[in-house]
Design a protein around this ligand. Structure first.
Ligand code: ZN
Length: 162
């Protein structure tokens, strides 16, 4: 079957920048699963997956603006450590990725400096301003269950765990 609205798609990916340097990859025993047509993954990636089938391998190029957005200058901010979500203070160091709460919900930020009670962070996503290339291998395509569709996400391996 082909990827369509309400399909659950399981895939492996290798994420590279436009120079071909690998940034991230899903492990073979840890693929990603998502419910198609529910804005769970980047729009450009979801569009490219539409109509694909199990066994398809292909490359998707996304410009920074279509991926994590453009880099915004002067976006450093001082945040109390206690306001960081799920972060152990001992794990904080320059370059760590942390989640901060903003008006638009939790966002990734990069630590610039660690103080006693506060951290200075750059609120750009670490991949902001980076053109991305995804190499995708589709492992499985199935119909989403009624429960998955009502929740708006995939369940099970690679999906949402309740
Ligand atoms: Zn759910």
């Amino acid at each position: 079957m082909k990827v369509a609205q309400d399909s659950v798609v399981t895939f492996n990916y290798i994420l590279s920048n436009s120079a071909g340097e690998e940034l991230e990859r899903s492990e073979h025993n840890d693929p990603t699963a998502y419910l198609h047509g529910h804005f769970n993954i980047m729009f450009g990636l979801e569009s490219a997956l539409e109509g694909k089938s199990v066994g398809d391998s292909f490359v998707v190029n996304l410009r920074a603006a279509e991926a994590y957005g453009k880099r915004v200058e002067n976006s450093s901010q001082r945040v109390p450590i206690k306001h960081l979500a799920k972060t152990k203070k001992t794990k904080l160091k320059v370059g760590s990725i942390v989640k901060i709460n903003t008006e638009d919900g939790a966002k990734d930020a990069t630590v610039l400096k660690v103080g006693k009670f506060n951290v200075d962070v750059d609120t750009n996503h670490p991949l902001a301003g980076v053109d991305l290339q995804f190499s995708i291998d589709i492992l499985d395509v199935r119909d989403g269950t009624a429960e998955e569709i009502s929740h708006g996400h995939a369940h099970g391996l690679g999906g949402h765990q309740h």
